[in-house]
Write a protein that binds this ligand. Sequence first.
Ligand SMILES: Cc1cc2nc3c(=O)[nH]c(=O)nc-3n(C[C@H](O)[C@H](O)[C@H](O)COP(=O)(O)OP(=O)(O)OC[C@H]3O[C@@H](n4cnc5c(N)ncnc54)[C@H](O)[C@@H]3O)c2cc1C
Length: 341
Amino acid sequence: MAKSVAIIGAGVSGLTCGVLFAERGFAVRIFAEQVGTKTTSGAAGALWFPYDAEPADKVIPWALATYKVLVDLCDNNPSVLALKLDGFKPSSLQTGVSMIELRQYCRADSIKVPNWAHKLGGVATALPATPEQCEGGRDVGGHNFSDGFSLRVPLMDTTIYVDYLVSRFEKAGGEIKNDVCFEKLEDVDRQFDHAINCAGIGARELARDPDLEPHRGQIAIVPKIDNLDCAIVCDDTTLMYAIPRTNDCVFGGTNDVSDNLDPNPETTKAIVAECSRVLEIESPRVLRERVGLRPFRKSGVRLEKEKLRDGRTVIHNYGHGGSGFTLSWGCAREVLNLSGA
Ligand SMILES: Cc1cc2nc3c(=O)[nH]c(=O)nc-3n(C[C@H](O)[C@H](O)[C@H](O)COP(=O)(O)OP(=O)(O)OC[C@H]3O[C@@H](n4cnc5c(N)ncnc54)[C@H](O)[C@@H]3O)c2cc1C
């Protein structure tokens, strides 16, 4: 009989683990208080880029492993296109993953192209000196910064990608139990052979982990911006990013230690003003605001086995901070290895 797996959490970490285990023939059930777009994962940018997660010596290999998987999932990947031509309905294959040029800037001083970015073709950006040199879209706003580098990275449009993970998981036989809130890890039914903890910031209470810190992020969703075909990011103290997606654009952002999930209208105004200043556009109307708590763990992502008080073993996979999407497939593979499958 197939071995059974219980996963706590239906954000990007739980869903990615769910897909991997279900497609390996495990009987998988995900238990979660909230599912998919309602979780922190639903509030993310979600660009592939290692940010606000530790430790670097583990984060970079997980991120690079994830990069490879995401490249294969791109909607314009030749193998995906070939399947579409074979008569599959495009909507049933849409993943929401695409490659985009990321332009990473700073406002003062200089920025070094990280070693890992060289491997992915990252290059220093020649900054345009004037607004006129930015015309045509490619260098939009670049002259507002002091230095930058660019590379092509996967972008996961959460409005499509999260549902894609849910349907791929269910297609492989997985089940999701919604509105379930566990008080402790021992609440998982003993019938399961494996238990995996992907509770994000919820692991603070669930695993009694005081090392977890909520790094609150607020974003504003605005209509598509003309001529913006690359993602612009500046992670100086005033975090700023503009990420064009299939049907809209994400403006960000913030990163403060706070548990407050209510959008602050003044913060939204400031985000829209700064992004509009950089992009040199009139402030667009705001379609939606979102807040999410990045599950930052001071001692680093927790990806390990732990013996519970009742003798059972749980595999923890949480604490991905601002990189949950970027690390998702690399971490899920390591969970699979830890399970001994
Ligand atoms: C504004 C913002 C922008 C971001 N941008 C990016 C980006 O560009 N790229 C990137 O890689 N990352 C980004 N992130 C970070 C990323 O969103 C997180 O790292 C990621 O969502 C964490 O996913 P997770 O599945 O571990 O946790 P979550 O998405 O928080 O999911 C946790 C799950 O566990 C469930 N749960 C929790 N406690 C319990 C319990 N006791 N019982 C049952 N269920 C429980 C929840 O209901 C939920 O289903 C961003 C985050 C924010 C807020």
